[in-house]
Design a protein. Structure first.
Length: 80
């Protein structure tokens, strides 16, 4: 499974990426919303794991932009 993780917190992102890779997933990790959107649009992913609170572009805005071009499944995460 090829996943895109968009998470700005280094500790959380590292842990999620490591766990998913141990389960056999290939994980691309981006740390800001703009970068995450660009990556989501240029590659094909089985799922995007997306934090809501991100620098440059928040997760909800990223998802709205992504939905104009792709229907990739998305899991939203938040500390709220």
């Amino acid at each position: 499974m090829h996943l895109l993780l968009v998470e700005d917190n280094q500790h959380i992102g590292s842990n999620i990426k490591q766990f998913l890779e141990l389960e056999g997933c290939v994980v691309d990790w981006m740390t800001d919303g703009r970068e995450g959107l660009e990556q989501a649009l240029k590659a094909t992913y089985d799922c995007v794991i997306l934090d809501i609170m991100l620098p440059e572009l928040d997760g909800v805005s990223l998802l709205n932009e992504l939905r104009t071009q792709k229907k990739t499944p998305v899991i939203m995460t938040t500390a709220k």
